[in-house]
Design a protein around this ligand. Structure first.
Ligand code: GDP
Length: 323
């Protein structure tokens, strides 16, 4: 493969080649991985320029509808918008449910939008790695806004929060006891909380829910916190509040940027990413280590029949791996 030509084509923003380059970074073949790293090294100096926004929320909350409305709004402002998805569950079903072009009908035919469904390369770690590397390609290709969609499954929210500048949480009007149903973890990750479907007969309910959520958030954040996540209401379907949502994203960037936090956050994300790759690769090596494979059946059997404790078995496996 001519990596120089591919790199040039990505820099020129040629869609076919961008897709090809993404397929390369998603590949698990070792020769592809090496080529992908060469390509990324070449493109890295041209990356980093996009506003990176994560969008999470349960299925049905309106993520696709929001991305469609927000994407079209951003394009009208002159932006080039990429939509990526992190959906590790799609690796089980064999097909991605997110970032699906049919769900973003206007955006998918926009020349200034690039939509890519979630990679299906196995673990969340694998999906995250491919997505981060895709972000480098997309930024090098000149896209200046990246929207990363994820459904709140397991660790995927933390993973996406760790690859974006602004992490946003979409929810529906929930008050009182229903508030308990919202995972506390996701509120702690969110930079902006938005109550969607604030239209029709739900408009009042949505405002009340937003007030209650704002109260819950006040308990999480100290008075002097640099950024206190605002709670907005929006109707993605009727395109009401989408512009305000974007204004808050920009305000968040400005507050963080002025305090030097945006740069620090991005640098810390690189360090965290480094370690998460070390952890993933260690696990892969452990699983494929011939010496460990040779003893694992025996060790597992001894744990089952009670002749070895779990702790001693773990030590035996790790000692074997260390050698
Ligand atoms: P996702 O699964 O989070 O991506 O949710 P979708 O964007 O696919 O939306 C799920 C359903 O909710 C669809 O039928 C949408 O038309 C509807 N929906 C999305 N946003 C709104 C909204 O702001 N108001 C109303 N009333 N319906 C909405």
């Amino acid at each position: 493969m001519d990596l120089t030509a591919l790199g040039d084509a990505v820099l020129a923003g040629r869609r076919g080649e961008i897709a090809k380059a993404i397929t390369l970074v998603e590949s698990t073949r070792s020769d592809h991985r090496e080529q992908a790293q060469q390509l990324l090294l070449r493109l890295l100096p041209h990356a980093g320029g996009a506003i990176r926004v994560g969008i999470t929320g349960v299925p049905g909350v309106g993520k696709s509808t929001t991305i469609e409305a927000l994407g079209m709004y951003l394009i009208s402002l002159g932006h080039k918008v990429a939509v990526l998805a992190v959906d590790p569950s799609s690796t089980r079903t064999g097909g991605s449910i997110l970032g699906d072009k049919t769900r973003m009908q206007n955006l998918s035919v926009e020349p200034n939008a690039f939509i890519r469904p979630s990679p299906t390369s196995g673990t969340l770690g694998g999906v995250a790695k491919a997505t981060r590397e895709t972000m480098v390609l997309i930024e090098a290709a000149g896209y200046d806004v990246i929207l990363v969609e994820t459904v709140g499954v397991g660790q995927s929210e933390v993973t996406v929060a760790n690859m974006v500048d602004t992490f946003t949480f979409l929810t529906l009007a929930r008050t009182g006891d229903q508030l308990q149903g919202i995972k506390k973890g996701v509120l702690e990750l969110a930079d902006i909380v938005t109550v969607n479907k604030a239209d029709g007969k739900h408009a009042t309910e949505a405002k009340a829910a937003a007030r209650e959520l704002a109260g819950a958030l006040r308990l999480i954040y100290p008075h002097d916190a640099l950024w206190k996540p605002p709670v907005l209401t929006m109707s993605a379907l009727e395109n009401v509040g989408v512009d305000k949502f974007w204004d808050e994203v920009l305000r968040h960037r400005k507050v963080l940027g002025d305090a030097g936090e945006l740069e620090r956050k991005r640098h810390q994300q690189q360090v965290d990413w480094t370690w998460s790759m070390v952890h993933d690769q260690l696990l892969r090596r452990l699983d494929s280590d011939p010496a460990v494979r040779a003893i694992r059946g025996d060790v597992e059997q001894q744990v089952r029949d009670g002749s070895l404790t779990a702790a001693l078995a773990a030590k035996t496996i790790l000692d074997t791996f260390d050698k």
